[in-house]
Design a protein around this ligand. Sequence first.
Ligand code: 6GU
Length: 224
Amino acid sequence: MRIDLLSLFPEYFRGPLDESMLRIAREKGLIDVRFVDIRDFAEDKHRRVDDRPYGGGPGMVMMPGPVAKALDAVRGEGSYVIHLTPQGERLTPSLCKEFALKEHLIFLCGHYEGIDERALGERVDKEVSIGDYVLTNGCLAALVVLDASIRYLPGVLGHEEAALQDSFEQGIFDYPQYTRPEVFEGKEVPLVLRSGNHAEIAQWRRQQALKKTALVRPDLKERR
Ligand code: 6GU
């Protein structure tokens, strides 16, 4: 899958994409990630990309010209453009699965107070928000969407069933995990997990998951 990250801070993505699963996915050639600096598409000699909002109000707005040009430079047949904005559809596992099927994802990250509406329109396929709070820019949100989506690409996790077993996929939390040592700070690993009885283990894990979900996220259980 080809991925383009369009932003004003291409360096922002370096750490997260150079570590752990995202790095491995890149090294395996499962994803080909490129970083596009919207400022490279500025239209004046000062490389200006923002200006004050018409109608007044605080902050600055990204000008339509550079954004439209950057999008048009990377867009092609098979591209799918995701604009990260708090005014978007809220990210869900089914959206992530849908994104994982695309051959080319383009993430458009807004900065400041957002992007001039006229650069968006038919150039954008989906506006996505990662939750009901406001981030200083769309870069972190793009990383969240990217990470949550590529987990569904075959070969990324290394154990294919993991993505489908995860929390939310089944409308409930994951079960609590334990590893060695058997006793830590006086607390033992629950006996059932050491019993070797797979049916009992599965049943215990499900009970634990349901109990915690009901306690912390009763809304999830209702949705299920
Ligand atoms: Cl996608 N962008 C910004 N700036 N803030 C957000 C968001 C996105 N989703 C939630 N808050």
